[in-house]
Design a protein around this ligand. Structure first.
Ligand SMILES: Nc1ncnc2c1ncn2[C@@H]1O[C@H](COP(=O)(O)OP(=O)(O)OP(=O)(O)O)[C@@H](O)[C@H]1O
Ligand SMILES: [Mg+2]
Length: 594
């Protein structure tokens, strides 16, 4: 509710959230503020010191070497102080800014991992990559550039104006005539600069999203000889980004140079007015010198503040995108009052109670499905592609929630179980097992350090993966690259099998897990499966009916419904759909063999 209200209020409240992230670093930011003021004072005092040297020493002709020397020493001291405070200010600010952004990035990633599968069904991963990488980078710029510029340049301007009035009010008033002209130029450029900036940002995020998508599907591109087409499509996006970038740079250069020209004009202006005044002896020469120096310094902060305006705009866009993502609530939520039980007592009874389910598009995939599984039972699930087998077990893992009916484990609705507990109870080996970049050991224990190496080795031996791992370069410490490339599909299956064994789930689900294994390895797995499934409820989805022939019960699915169930022999005796499937697969096997 609160998040929704925030969105409606727009950027204001978003920045309030940003502020809450900055709050733990408030002392650092305060220190940065102090250092900035000191650094500016030290820098701006320098021309004033030279003015004193000129007017009070050099021009009076007293040949007072000692005072001159002191002034020079103070000047030097001021430079050193300016350097020190600028250094401190930069370091402190960077520290605080980077900490804030790192924290946001971490929270964002943690938030994304909690979102439901339905969210990932509709959100391309490329756009999430942009959120986590370049949007947080924009935030970084906000803290390290915008904030700094507003404080530093703002103060510099105020200081310079005050000093100019101190030096000579008349000349200062003349200089202020320039301000409206500056404002006009800045405003004129502003909207154009914002547009070019945003164009290049959008082009960049499109480019990143495209690259991410293609890298993920590289084998497909090569298999279909799409290298040229995809490279062409990439080149298009690259070209757009290139032009957008160039346009942005050109605008920036034009803007900066206009300010430089304006700066030079004002120097000429001041030199003329001030020079005449020096001739008339209404001002001293040192004052003119200081004026010329200050008026030069006057333009730099204005141009830099104007430029930050664009970063500020894009920060608003990025922050909004990040907060929109933060405000997405997982559809599958932990219960408010989670069911608490002695988890070791869970027997593994599974009930699908007249469930109805469809993915977000609303088309029902499972219709009024009723299935009850006794603890320790081994169920085979068969059916053609798209029958809803994976969807069914996805509900048991609670990747999605049912629309009608309920899924229960030992009589407890899965919606009442804390998800963490549920995923410990239910172990899933998927159609395409996913391996992470990391060692074999870490892949088997899923980076959970509380599981010992011995347990991993035991599990691998149990599923018969140790021979395979023994052949690898570094054995159990062999590093796998992303997605486990370098391993065959069957090898990945074996490793994901070991993964399941290590976690000791009460309910074991194999989705097509034996499809990629050769018959020797499949036998290994079958034996392992028999051993593991002995004390657990096991659901095995298979196209190859030989895999599930041994099951206590076989459930036949068709079009989101259970059409037949029973043992292999009972089903064959029915001469129904199962027999059709069976004969078909037998026929295929014979054709394959023959
Ligand atoms: N993430 C998803 N979003 C929308 N529809 C989906 C999604 N996943 C599956 N479906 C649809 O749900 C139906 C059932 O798919 P499911 O994956 O459960 O089939 P399956 O029986 O596991 O098939 P297979 O044997 O090919 O694995 C299909 O019509 C499919 O198009
Ligand atoms: Mg499936």
């Amino acid at each position: 509710m609160r998040m929704k209200a925030d969105n409606r209020n727009g950027s204001n409240s978003v920045f309030r959230v940003l502020l809450s992230y900055a709050k733990p670093h408030r002392w650092t930011f305060l220190l940065v503020f102090g250092c900035t003021v000191l650094a500016i004072s030290a820098d701006l005092a320098q021309p004033y010191l030279v003015k004193i040297a000129i007017d009070d020493n050099i021009m009076v002709g007293r040949n007072d070497y000692r005072s001159l020397l002191i002034i020079c020493a103070v000047y030097l001291g001021l430079s050193v102080a300016g350097f020190l405070f600028t250094y401190l200010q930069n370091n402190l600010l960077q520290y605080a800014a980077q900490s804030v952004v790192a924290r946001i990035r971490k929270d964002l990633f943690a938030h994304i991992t909690k979102l439901s599968m339905s969210f990932f069904d509709r959100t391309p991963s490329g756009s999430l990559i942009t959120n986590v990488s370049s949007d947080t980078e924009t935030l970084n710029q906000f803290f390290s550039q915008v904030l700094l510029s507003v404080v530093r340049d703002g103060f510099t301007l105020v200081f310079i104006i005050v000093i100019m009035f101190q030096l000579d009010a008349t000349l200062a008033v003349y200089c202020l005539i320039l301000l409206p002209i500056i404002a006009l130029i800045a405003i004129g450029f502003r909207s154009y600069m914002r547009k070019t900036y945003q164009n290049s940002r959008t082009a960049l995020s499109r480019l990143i999203a495209f690259a991410a998508e293609n890298l993920a599907g590289m084998s497909l591109i090569q298999a279909f000889h799409q290298e040229k087409e995809q490279t062409n499509r990439f080149t298009d996006r690259n070209q757009i980004y290139f032009s957008a970038n160039l346009r942005e740079i050109r605008t920036n250069v034009l803007f900066n140079r206009s300010f430089d020209v304006l700066g030079s004009l004002s120097v000429a202006f001041v030199t003329w007015l001030g020079g005449v005044a020096v001739f008339d002896r209404t001002i001293e020469f040192g004052v003119l010198y200081a004026f010329i120096t200050y008026i030069r310094q006057f333009f730099q902060p204005i141009s830099s503040i104007t430029q930050q305006w664009n970063t500020l705009q894009s920060t608003t866009v990025s922050v909004n995108r990040i907060w929109n993502l933060f405000s997405v609530q997982p559809e599958v939520k932990d219960p408010e009052r989670p069911y608490d039980a002695d988890w070791s007592r869970i027997a593994g009874k599974v009930d699908f109670d007249r469930i109805q389910f469809g993915y977000s598009d609303g088309m029902p995939v499972l219709h009024d499905l009723d299935l009850h599984i006794a603890p320790g039972e081994m169920i085979g699930i068969v059916g053609t592609t798209g029958a809803g087998k994976s969807s069914l077990i996805g509900l048991l893992c609670r990747f999605y929630d049912v629309q009608k009916g309920s899924v229960r484990i030992d009589g407890i609705d899965v919606r009442e179980l804390p998800q963490e507990k549920l995923h410990r109870l239910v172990g899933l080996v998927q159609q395409e097992p996913y391996l992470y970049a990391g060692s074999i050991v870490d892949n088997v224990r899923m980076f959970d350090e509380s599981i010992s190496r011995e347990e991993v080795v035991r599990a691998c031996r149990f599923v018969g993966a140790d021979a395979l791992i023994g052949r690898m370069k570094d054995g159990y410490d062999t590093m796998l690259s992303e997605r486990g490339s370098g391993l065959s599909a069957g090898e990945k299956q074996l490793i994901s099998f070991a993964r399941i064994i290590v976690f000791q789930p009460k309910i074991l689900i194999l989705d097509e897990a034996t499809a990629n294994l050769d018959s020797y390895t499949e036998q290994l797995i079958q034996r392992a499966l028999k051993a593991v499934s002995a004390h657990r409820t096991t659901l095995v989805i298979a196209h190859r009916l030989s895999t599930v022939m041994q099951a206590d019960r076989i459930v036949v699915m068709r079009g989101g419904r259970i059409v037949e169930q029973g043992t292999h022999a009972q089903l064959l005796a029915q001469h129904g759909y199962y027999e059709e499937l069976y004969l078909h697969s037998r026929g295929k096997a014979e054709i394959g063999a023959g």
